[in-house]
Ligand binder design. Structure first.
Ligand SMILES: [Zn+2]
Length: 345
């Protein structure tokens, strides 16, 4: 059960405690009311009326405490749910996850099956026929700054399982866990005929790994307030422009948005407009409430689009121009040393 971990169990435990506490508060409320009624049998004076007023206030306060606790329980359960679903993107600081630890560690037993693919990434699992060519072609069509970043990190990138079951969500696991070491898990066969564009999952998940690795696994490069604010402002701007269109304009826009190849735009516009605009792809609402989630997804989407993503790149850079500019600056900040030396000369 790779999706279930200690954090998930801890959240379930917290939810259970919130529920139990809410029940105890309700119990207190009921017993106070009962006591008051019992007192009333032989104590029908002014003091009794005053006590009644205090108790009624107390009663309504307790009721609101119980309600808040139950709401808290619901939020914690939702969080647990999204954590289980998206444990792939752990945005906390890595707890000693190996920086550029290559095949080995927990996967030592099957380390001999790792080979470097055409781009230098360590891969465990066989590539389907024609897939390496697809990846190479995208690499060759990549934006130069993104391609240099890829080159710089390629040897630290590890695909732990390129034959991950298609029933599971492909992901980058940021921490070593027993039987699930740090790295990318996805299905290369499915990615070869990916309706969102062949090779999209490969470059998206490796984008997440670069975002994390670039900080020495101490966080995510993308996790800045500036990037988040730019994404939201760009998204709100698109929504405003959409609302100004007549019916025909809106239909046309939605037709674009509903294409498979617009999956990343759909995901980001859904996130930045709280679902007011969305195509066919998107994460669950609770996922976006996690600090850094929006920036990390945008980084991976922008990176994937930059690595030979074709039309997607145009779409994302036009719709999120400010955020894409910040992403480009991040790419520039990650250029390999050789380039810096050339520039300094
Ligand atoms: Zn992602």
């Amino acid at each position: 059960m790779s999706g279930v971990n200690a954090d998930y169990a801890g959240l379930l435990d917290t939810a259970g405690k919130l529920n139990a506490t809410a029940n105890r508060v309700e119990g207190t409320r009921n017993s106070l009311a009962l006591r008051y009624r019992q007192l009333g049998a032989g104590w029908g004076d002014k003091k009794y009326q005053e006590l009644g007023d205090i108790l009624r206030e107390c009663n309504s306060a307790l009721r609101s405490v119980a309600k808040t606790l139950l709401l808290g329980e619901k939020s914690v359960l939702m969080l647990a749910d999204s954590l289980r679903e998206y444990e792939n993107l752990n945005l906390g600081n890595g707890s000693g996850a190996g920086g550029s630890q290559l095949p080995g560690g927990n996967a030592a037993a099957r380390a001999e099956t790792y080979v470097q693919d055409n781009l230098g990434v360590w891969v465990n699992g066989k590539a389907p026929a024609g897939y390496p060519e697809v990846i190479t072609a995208r690499y060759e069509n990549a934006q130069p700054n993104a391609r240099k970043v890829f080159d710089r990190f390629a040897e630290s990138l590890v695909i732990r399982d390129a034959d991950y079951p298609t029933s599971e969500t492909p992901h980058y696991a940021p921490r070593d866990r027993e039987g699930h070491p740090r790295g990318v898990y996805y299905n290369a066969g499915a990615d070869a005929s990916n309706p969102r564009g062949a090779g999209s999952t490969y470059f998206h998940e490796l984008g997440h790994m670069i975002d994390h690795t670039a900080t020495g696994c101490q966080g995510h490069l993308s996790n800045t307030e500036e990037f988040r604010a730019a994404l939201v402002a760009d998204g709100e701007n698109v929504l405003r422009l959409f609302q100004q269109q007549d019916d025909r304009g809106q239909d046309q826009f939605l037709r674009y948005l509903y294409q498979d190849a617009a999956h990343s735009f759909s995901d980001l516009i859904d996130a930045t407009t709280s679902g007011q605009l969305a195509g066919r792809y998107g994460h669950r609402r609770e996922y976006w409430q996690r600090a850094g989630a929006l920036q990390a997804e945008a980084f991976a989407h922008f990176f994937e689009a930059s690595m030979g993503g074709g039309w997607k790149l145009e779409l994302l850079s036009n719709m999120f121009p400010t955020a894409f500019g910040i992403f480009s600056d991040m790419m520039d900040s990650l250029q390999p040393q050789e380039l810096n030396r050339v520039l300094r000369r």
